[in-house]
Design a protein around this ligand. Structure first.
Ligand code: SF4
Length: 712
């Protein structure tokens, strides 16, 4: 693709799950500025500080410009044939299941689709998972169990139309800043709107809070179980809604009432003031238009799915769903966490929102992906989820690993063990934009990938809205698009007939066709259906405006809100409330590790900072890794503000700058997730968390470490 000399191109921000529209100004083939796209329904012209600095993060400096095989620069022919032949050699010797892929919510949907088709469809391995597992797998599991589909019911306008917005485990102000801006404006317009923040830390999101509940980490399920019991006790249920549209209420209520369920007991367990807790319960119960917005603070837990269920239970019990300004709303972290879910990029999914045990799914996908001379070889059962995947690599069970657009050395828990696993893996292939990463250093084969502003495709944001990312600059050096790289490796493996794509539009329309393929023959119709987009030609795809799925024959203009008719995607059309007994975090405190460790993003950085660290003004906010500590803890552990400290856990250590902060609860500390050991010595927060996960979702417990701290 040739650069236009002067152009204002419309695309989508590559950072968070808000999915803001961006207008990029190009002059003589160089991006000189960006501004918010005032036509894009996610942001209507707004951008946060990260988005507005996008043009400053571009340029060839530090980019990976050539394929590398065993550290040697090679041309693409050599790189592709080496990649294919080494994968095939391991398949021949160890079988299909010795091959694995690890993807990323940074990939575009088209990249994800082709990767899923190659790994599950033609390499025949179930072991394909994604870093989205770390982000929202618990929310997905709960949506599927409660609604019959991984389907976010709400949209961003619901946030503005709500009378009560509850933020749980979400620092919206830092992690989804444009949504926070929209909420601020909506609250200013509607003086009756209330905002409640439930979070162990006093974050910047508290700026809008009418009520703040600084709960004990991990007590979310107890708090929402308490709300369900309170609503029942006070006659605040929507009995008609429960009767017509749900199953499981009695069991869920019985579980919520287990043990001591008085409001005083709940307040004590959650470590919040009883009066404030009752105020929240009263506000929630008395408003119909309530949005509960939750994120990693809920999801990243060994009981993350349970916590999501307790939130969903309360919304179903009050009939606060399927209405303007109402619903349980999980906000994704990454720009395309949802697109990955749509194509089947999680190890427990097959394709197009079909699971392995969805009736007829294996046969249907096999038929769809078959060509005149090729028949896919789909595995019959789900593969390893992220943490399990790297354990299987450590055991030697998986011998070839292809990682795309993510760095598990930094982001996964028990990160030192992950490093050992990767070091032991006989074949490590890495598709990456940047040259100087610790993961590239460990790879046998490195494939240079194109990045934002260079590649074409789609992403889906947190409100199910599919938007185009548009390529406007040529990739540097020999960098290529991920879908092209995967398709070429597939061709070298002998599958050219199934991977002969010339443009991402062809991939997107195939993906759209699969979403509707034999969909109407099923008793339990799949909710994810974008088949109305299957006939787009290249021009139509290039011009595609943001649209919310489903986009089917029944809803060709998209669907703003789900479940408005009270009919869910379950076999009997009813939502299910789940009985939940709250569980404590798995990582327990001890005399050796007496502090509770929380982790998260900071306002101006993104993931491992390969892009955001290039913009000087983004480094001004926080220029080095830090730990936030309560004043009393600082005294107890002989720490002073701005000094260096060592944090230790059973799994590793981190060296950081101390920030004494009134935001912290006593006995709890907070570290950012972004820094790598390349950027600052011993700076990976992932090394401090055990690799323990939610039994249903496989999401790691990255908010509940057990650590010690000392001055350095
Ligand atoms: Fe990008 Fe998210 Fe900021 Fe929007 S809010 S500009 S999507 S980082």
């Amino acid at each position: 693709q040739q650069p236009d000399s002067d152009l204002l191109a419309r695309t989508t921000c590559p950072y968070c799950g808000v999915g803001c529209g961006v207008k990029a100004q190009l002059v003589e083939g160089r991006m000189v500025d960006v501004e918010g796209d005032d036509q894009h329904p996610a942001n209507f012209g707004r951008l946060c500080v990260k988005g507005s600095a996008l043009a400053e993060t571009l340029g060839d400096r530090g980019r990976l410009l050539q394929p590398l095989v065993d550290g040697r620069a090679v041309d693409w022919q050599v790189a592709l044939s080496e990649t294919a032949s080494r994968i095939q050699a391991i398949r021949d010797e160890k079988g299909n299941a010795a091959i694995a892929g690890y993807l990323s919510g940074q990939l575009l949907t088209e990249d994800y689709y082709v990767a899923n088709k190659l790994f599950k469809g033609f390499l025949g391995t179930p072991h394909l998972d994604t870093n989205s597992r770390l982000c929202m797998a618990s929310a997905v599991a709960a949506y599927k169990r409660s609604f019959g589909a991984d389907a976010v019911p709400c949209n961003y306008e619901d946030l503005e139309e709500a009378e009560l917005v509850v933020l749980v485990g979400s620092n919206l102000a830092w992690n989804h800043p444009v949504l926070f801006q929209r909420l601020r404006v909506a609250k200013a317009r509607n003086p009756l709107m209330r905002v409640v923040v439930i979070d162990p830390r006093v974050t910047d999101s508290c700026e809008l809070a009418d009520l703040y509940l600084g709960i004990r980490p991990g007590s979310d399920a107890r708090l929402f179980n308490g709300l369900l019991a309170w609503m029942a006790d006070k006659g605040r249920l929507d009995s008609l809604y429960l009767q017509r549209h749900t199953n499981g209420f009695e069991e869920a209520l019985a579980a919520a009432r287990e043990g001591e369920s008085s409001i005083e007991a709940v307040a004590a367990d959650c470590d919040v003031d009883t009066e404030r807790l009752e105020t929240f319960y009263y506000w929630f119960a008395s408003q119909l238009h309530v949005v509960t917005l939750y994120s990693q603070g809920v999801n990243q837990s060994t009981s993350g799915t349970d916590k999501c269920h307790t939130i969903i239970n309360c919304h179903l019990a009050g009939g606060k769903i399927g209405l303007p300004g109402a619903g349980p709303f999980s906000i994704t972290g990454q720009p395309n966490a949802m697109g990955g879910r749509e194509v089947g990029g999680l190890a427990n999914q097959l394709a197009a929102h079909m699971d392995y045990d969805s009736p007829g799914a294996l046969e249907r996908v096999t038929r769809f992906w078959s060509t005149p001379s090729l028949t896919p070889d789909l595995p019959e059962a789900p593969g390893y989820k992220a943490v399990e995947l790297f354990e299987a690599i450590e055991r030697g069970e998986i011998q070839a690993l292809w990682i795309m657009a993510t760095n598990p050395l930094v982001s996964l828990p028990d990160a030192n063990r992950v490093r050992t696993a990767i070091e032991r893996c006989p074949l490590v292939i890495v598709s990456e934009c940047m040259l100087d990463t610790d993961l590239v250093e460990l790879a046998d084969i490195v494939l240079p990938a194109s990045g934002w502003s260079e590649k074409d495709g789609t992403v889906t944001n947190s409100e199910r809205r599919i938007s185009r990312q548009r390529g406007m600059l040529p990739p540097p050096g020999e960098a290529r698009h991920d879908w092209w790289i995967i398709s070429q490796v597939a061709t070298h493996l002998g599958y050219s007939e199934a991977f002969s794509y010339a443009h991402p539009a062809e991939i997107f329309t195939e993906h759209a066709r699969l979403s509707g393929f034999e969909n109407d023959t099923q008793h339990q119709r799949r909710l994810f259906d974008i088949s109305a987009l299957a006939e787009l030609d290249q021009d139509g795809y290039d011009a595609l405006e943001p649209i919310q799925w489903p986009v089917s024959v029944d809803s060709p203009r998209g669907t703003a809100r789900l479940f408005e008719d009270g009919r869910f995607a379950t076999a009997d059309g009813r939502a299910r409330l789940w009985p939940i007994t709250p569980r404590q975090p798995h990582q327990t405190l001890s005399s050796e590790y007496p502090l509770r460790l929380n982790s998260g993003r900071i306002r101006d950085q993104w993931h491992t900072m390969t892009r955001t660290s290039r913009a000087a003004r983004l480094m001004n906010h926080r220029s080095e890794p830090f730990v936030e500590v309560h004043e009393a803890d600082a005294r107890h552990y002989h720490l002073t503000d701005r000094q260096l400290a060592r944090i230790t856990a059973a799994t590793g250590e981190m060296r950081v700058r101390v920030r004494i902060s009134p935001a912290q609860r006593r006995g709890e500390i907070f570290v950012p997730i972004h820094w790598t050991d390349r950027l600052s010595s011993a700076a990976r927060s992932g090394s401090l968390f055990q690799g323990v996960t939610d039994p249903l979702s496989g999401q790691p417990e990255s908010k509940h470490g057990a650590v010690a701290i000392e001055p350095l």
